[in-house]
Design a binder for this molecule. Structure first.
Ligand SMILES: C[S@@+](CC[C@H](N)C(=O)[O-])C[C@H]1O[C@@H](n2cnc3c(N)ncnc32)[C@H](O)[C@@H]1O
Length: 279
């Protein structure tokens, strides 16, 4: 079911409050990181795949939808001779990326919409698009842009999550009666996810490898769940609850037993190359 009002494909949300500062994404990934019980850190997996894929020498790498630049910084550390351009729609996040990148690294940051990448045809040896394609209502257009920018023999690494990621949280929201219809709501990852990314990518790229990793997150109490939940745009919780995780935790404790909670996700890494030119 396509949800026309999904906050993840609403350009007003994505170019506005969702990424207007590094704060929400930083709290969200921090809460997930603290709760991680299994599954490798995605930026490390991507850096390993990148190191395998790029030619020796000084490859040109684009980190598309770079966010706070965690993957960008790891790529710069693993591939010190690379020239890296970090691309994102959010000017605020690019300020954070520039601050985090090691000084003297051959890296820069550019503000752009990934539907029109500011890169020449065949300019990149490697393009990374991690956890961002689900912000496009038509991710195959972004993948076609990525293909345009890849040099012959170049590689794209795309990371997405399963559409049913964190579905356990939907059930928790329904049980709490805070969001009774949560299990029926569309996935935040609806347009690009583990189940459709291979088909989407195959429209412009040659698929080389698809890797699925299961992730589990264990939150010891409702306080830790609240820290994550306060960053989620999915449930439309009122600002009086989301602006302070302690207030949200207190509301959850009024409604639910304060016990440990586990949620899961599958992360899919797709490695693909530019399709060979047809004669
Ligand atoms: C969940 S973050 C992922 C960040 C990073 N790649 C990571 O793996 O942590 C999604 C990023 O996609 C960016 N984004 C969303 N729509 C975009 C667009 N149309 N063009 C460029 N970047 C976009 C957002 O600004 C945000 O930084």
């Amino acid at each position: 079911m396509r949800n026309a009002t999904s906050p993840f494909t609403d350009f007003g949300q994505v170019s506005g409050p969702l990424y207007a500062s590094a704060d929400r994404i930083s709290r969200r990934t921090g809460a997930l990181h603290r709760a991680r019980a299994s599954g490798r850190h995605a930026a490390e997996v991507i850096a390993d795949l990148a190191a395998e894929a790029v030619p020796s020498g000084a490859p040109v790498i684009a980190d598309i939808g770079c966010g706070r630049g965690t993957t960008t910084c790891l790529l710069a550390a693993r591939l010190p001779r690379a020239r890296i351009v970090a691309i994102d729609l959010s000017a605020a996040l690019l300020v954070t990326v520039r601050r985090r990148l090691p000084t003297g690294a051959g890296a820069g940051a550019a503000r752009a919409d990934f539907h029109r990448l500011p890169l020449g045809d065949g300019a990149c040896n490697l393009a990374v698009a991690a956890f961002c394609l689900y912000h496009s209502p038509s991710p195959e257009r972004v993948i076609a842009e990525i293909a345009r920018c890849l040099a012959p023999g170049g590689t794209a690494i795309i990371a997405v999550k399963s559409a049913d990621s964190y579905r356990e949280l939907d059930q928790l929201m329904a049980t709490s009666r805070l969001v009774p219809d949560a299990p029926g709501r569309s996935s935040l990852y609806e347009t690009a996810h583990s189940g459709n990314i291979t088909r989407l990518a195959a429209t412009s790229l040659d698929i080389r490898q698809v890797i699925n990793h299961s992730h589990a997150f264990v939150f010891p109490t409702l306080a830790e769940i609240a820290e994550y939940l306060a960053t989620s745009p999915k449930y439309g919780l009122p600002a009086c609850l989301t602006s302070d995780p302690a207030v949200l935790a207190a509301e959850l404790r009024r409604r639910l037993p304060d016990e440990s909670f586990t949620m899961t996700s599958v992360v899919t890494y797709l490695v693909a190359g530019r399709a060979a030119a047809t004669p």
